[in-house]
Design a protein around this ligand. Structure first.
Ligand code: FES
Ligand SMILES: [Fe+2]
Length: 373
């Protein structure tokens, strides 16, 4: 699992003035809104005696630990220790890690890592249809989990040859041969367009999407530093469906998927339930496979599997992840398992500004390729 990425930790409407506990990268976080309504994300572990902040309360824009009432502001600084009295001096080390947050597309994105602002990658900008909210598009949202590593889940999201074997709604079983395709390799994005002869739609969508269509294009892009995928199916231009998914590792073997499905046909609310069911049908079909992959993590070398040219889009993403691991961004989860005497935290940007005076140890990182140099 990588630090220094943006991850979706919640839906906007899940975060209010009650603290919300979230588990991601196998660590615990607390989310809450401060007095200005801005979402804040802190490490969930109180540095006094390990209280779980999400089980406390939000008071005056701070989160109050349920154990002895220490209060932490949105920057993670302790601003009140009741036992010290009003004039007590709060120690400098009375602080927890605080992570940058942003809200986009009704999702709470959190930057889990210690890069200073100038070095952080931007959030993805590949969903202008959502930002426009002009009534042309209708949106559905939801969540699911896969019992596999997040890289496995993303590779599945762009795996073009599984569709005919797994998906009953759009994989055409008479067209198993994959056409060659190219992937555009950009700094933050891996993008490709494929074409195929689609299946006839079932159910109500058949009223909008006629049978006997010709080749139709599908655009697929992975956004790397905020792990997410946009897939646009040009079903009967200009009618299309867009599915944007974000992938958050809960731990090495469990992945949270958050989705928004957009359609620009049958936009009446009465068709929402049917549209949602279609997404959950696809996700259920994927889970039936992904929940049983071995190993649940991506194996160490590409040669540990027999990958084909048609797997290239996912493989390019896998290589990006390997490069980040080599650069020292991967949490050493085995080291954490072997040594569980201490609570650990994902290092936050304040640690790179001010490395001293922290109580909790950062998670150990896997050595990068240049660790010995
Ligand atoms: S453990 Fe949090 S205030 Fe004591
Ligand atoms: Fe799938």
């Amino acid at each position: 699992m990588l630090i220094n990425n943006w991850y979706v930790l919640a839906l906007s409407d899940e975060v209010g003035t009650e603290p919300l506990g979230v588990h991601a990268l196998d660590q615990d976080f607390v989310l809450f809104r401060d007095e200005q309504g801005q979402v804040r994300c802190l490490s969930d572990i109180c540095v006094h005696k390990g209280g779980s902040l999400c089980r406390g309360k939000v008071v005056d824009g701070t989160v109050q630990c349920p154990y002895h009432g220490w209060r932490y502001n949105g920057a993670g600084e302790c601003v009140l220790i009741p036992s010290l009295g009003p004039d007590g001096k709060i120690p400098k080390r009375a602080r927890v890690d605080a992570y940058p947050t942003d809200e986009r597309w009704g999702w709470i994105w959190v930057f889990l890592g210690d890069l200073p602002e100038a070095e952080r990658p931007p959030l993805p900008d590949f969903f202008p249809e959502y930002e426009a909210q002009d009534g042309e598009w209708r949106f559905n949202r939801g969540k699911a989990q896969f019992q596999c590593n997040w890289v496995r889940a993303i590779e599945n999201g762009v795996d073009r040859t599984h569709a005919v074997f797994v998906h009953t709604d759009f994989g055409n079983p008479e067209r198993t041969v994959a056409a060659p395709y190219e992937v555009v390799d950009e700094e933050h994005r891996l993008y490709c367009i494929g074409a195929g002869k689609p299946l006839n739609k079932r159910g109500t969508w058949r009223d909008a999407i006629p049978d006997q269509r010709d080749e139709r294009e599908t655009e697929v892009q992975i956004y790397v530093p905020a792990p997410s995928i946009r897939i646009q199916m040009h079903m009967q231009p200009p009618k299309s469906q867009i599915i944007v998914t974000a992938y958050t590792p809960i731990n090495e073997g469990l992945t949270q998927l958050t989705f928004i499905q957009a359609r620009n046909f049958m936009t009446d609310e009465k068709y929402d339930e049917d549209a949602r069911k279609r997404v959950f049908l696809v996700l259920g079909e994927d889970a039936a496979v992904l929940d049983h992959l071995q190993p649940a993590r991506v194996p160490p070398l590409l040669s540990d599997e027999l990958l084909l040219d048609s797997d290239k889009h996912g493989v390019m993403f896998r290589k990006r992840v390997k490069a980040r691991e080599a650069a020292g961004d991967a949490i050493d989860t085995r080291a954490i398992r072997n040594e569980d005497d201490y609570a650990r935290v994902i290092p936050s940007p304040a640690r790179s500004r001010d490395p001293k005076n922290w109580v909790l140890r950062p998670v150990p990182m896997r050595p990068g390729d240049d660790a010995d140099q």
